[in-house]
Design a protein around this ligand. Sequence first.
Ligand SMILES: [Zn+2]
Length: 868
Amino acid sequence: MKRASLVLSMLLGAGLLRAAEIPTPKSVFGFRPGDDYHLANYAQIVEYYRKLDAASDRIRVLEIGPTAEGRSLILAVISSEANMAKLERYREISRRLALARGVTDEEARALAREGKAIVWIDGGLHASEVAHAQHTPELAWKVASEESDEMKRIRDDVILLQVPVMNPDGLDIVVRWYNKNRGTPYETAPLPELYHKYVGHDNNRDWYMFNMPESRNVARYLYDLWFPQIVYNHHQSAPFPARIFVPPFDDPMNPNIPPLFMRGIQLVGHAMTNRFEAEGKSGVISRIGFDTWWNGGLRTAPYFHNQIGILTETALYRYAHPHTYQPSELPKTFSNGWPTDQPTTYYANPWKGGWWGLRAPIEYMLTGSMAVLDIGSKYRRDWLYNIYQMGKWAIEAGQKGGPFAYVIPAEQWDSNTAVRLIQVLRIGGVEVHRATAAFTAEGKPTGSYVILMAQPFHAYVRDLVEPQRYPDRKLNGVPLRPYDMTGWTLSYQMGVNVVTVDAPFEAPLEQVDKPELRPGRVPAGPAAAYAFTHRKNDSFRAASRLLAAGDAVCWAAEKIAAGGRELEAGTMIVLAGNGTQGRVETAARELGIDFTPLDARPTTPLLRLRAPRLGLYKSWLGNMDEGWTRWLLEQFEFPYTSVADADLRKGDLKSRFDVIVLPSMTPEQMVNGWPEGMMPPEYVGGMGLEGVAAIKEFVKAGGTLVAMDLAGDLVANELNVPVRDVLASTRPSEFYCPGSLLRVQIDNTHPIAWGMERDGVAFFVNSPAYDIGRGGTRESGDAPGEERPAPRNVRVIARYPGKNVLLSGWLLGEQYLQNRAAILEVAVGKGKAILLGFRTQFRGQPHSTFKLLFNSILYGPAVREVLP
Ligand SMILES: [Zn+2]
């Protein structure tokens, strides 16, 4: 008896010791997550996870790759000790069930019995939404250390994958800014920069294109290694005054999504709302604003992979600054007309105001995360079996055909970009094959890559290569705003010809893991010059490198003859100089560009390029389009200088720059910037009228101004040019196109469009459309679709067709676009303004229109010459 109790007390003592050894977040940070005026930065959070890993056998911390600024992303795996000892087995079960191939229903049931639910909960991508990254350490601590019956059950049934901070660079930008301003009048000031090196909020718009390293690193864990059945991504933009948005989501529903997925999301959503009410947490809202149409976010791309993608949007005040809301501050209705002060089905417990410091959203997030872990545990076998079932059905659908396969012919306008399309599909977990010999299918062109639709992520492929048909959704005649884009067909955006084959066929195929560019060819022997295509985007990389090395790079202004062939106007030419041959060979090998040697220098006219002195306007408003442009310029190795408002206002721009690029912003945003009093003085005010005058002066003196999308209105308004944005005065009930792919006709005989196909695709996002012949944007009253001859100083390079403008997405009021100009060159004084009137590089996606930007930059300062 005495002996037994001694053993018992030793055991208890060991248990207590064990709990005491697991460090709390406060023991590392020096404050509890959510304490007023305190934010943990990335180094503190990583340090905490390392200590947790060292103290507990229930957690393992992995480094999963670098961020844009070179920090290391970490992922924590948390479960019971017993599960942690068999992680590889559970990962294999999850993977086999998700891929569904070669598994019978009976085996799937056995695997679902044996396996553990894989639940992904991350610390959010949007760094100014500060609470989620502060909540993750506390969640990790709870799951690793709490000894409640519920938590023991969760640890037994669930393997939690946690990326505590999805955007470490952004977290540190925000924490630095907040700490600098804390205790000053600017404590709650918005950021004067993006909260990511390049893309800010658009880091959650990158989940099929995977341009950013963070997206690629995480995709590996979602679609290649772990295949979680539930993916929960935290945010902080609740519809005010609700305290949290929780699924079910709103309509419309993307028809490619499996219905079983939609029911699963509702099951999780109801478990969440139920837990909030059981804990007495009010202000929980569902079915408003956040729809399931769009693909490309961290919660939405998983839908197309049969994973339950969850997003919640908890209410945010500002950083770690507390606030108490008076009932009088709350609006009476939500945007969709629901009352905010009366219970309704999807807002059953209205929030009536009160205190909202940082601790409050953290508590809500802990409730949301716990609800997901709990339902992950309770339906463990169902989640595992259902992901198998959805995968199996997808494979079966593909075997039947309609479509049976998508074939990517070898012959492409830009074959390198076709390889890039395959590469991004592979990152998204798509199975791709390559033909090892010629074959025929429905008499259509066949070729190198084949995507068989008998695959578990069938829905994902369809969604990325078929056009979207967004339903007409209106309230009282006014279109209802979609959550994000309505059309995004990736093959259209990238200009890659993808052929649909409906009926089953046989072909000699091998599976492809990482498709690589075919190295380019340079025939041996001496040459006076080398010609290379203008059609491939990668040719601009080659041109950038050659220009940087001091080579003479030109565009053929007319067709030229070379070795019995005729090369089209625009063909790129590098004249052979010291060391050119070696540089050409390297470029061919690395960039997949063929170079054609020329026996003699061309005698026809050329446009001689120069490495442009390029200024990229950077507003303190933190413009994502600027970030994407900067990123794209770096990818294609264009040197540039960022130009802030004060630099512009100094004037004399022509002595510093050949080309100035204005990313998409309204003239008001550019001119006014942040209002006085909102920000520290150095960030207040935009370019001002002085800046506008300096830009005018720059163009008149011979500079090239490239105005992207909405920035074109600055040219139309301020440069006294005969160009008018006809959409500036339309109402949404007349014209609405918030994010679609449109047909556009391109004059590819003009240098700005050299290397492009005549039938183009425009990414249109509330963009302008130009009437030429009259200036200003503020008049209205023109008959839609009326075509005018262009005045002598205006050259139209692209315009919308007279019918069938919509390719993918949603377009209301097509007649306002018909025959209107989209891309213009306007001569002003000795210089020119180039208006790129749609999103030529939107989120780094429309590869087929990157050339419009690149050409504009190089064409501006190019000089026409005939070689002696
Ligand atoms: Zn967010």
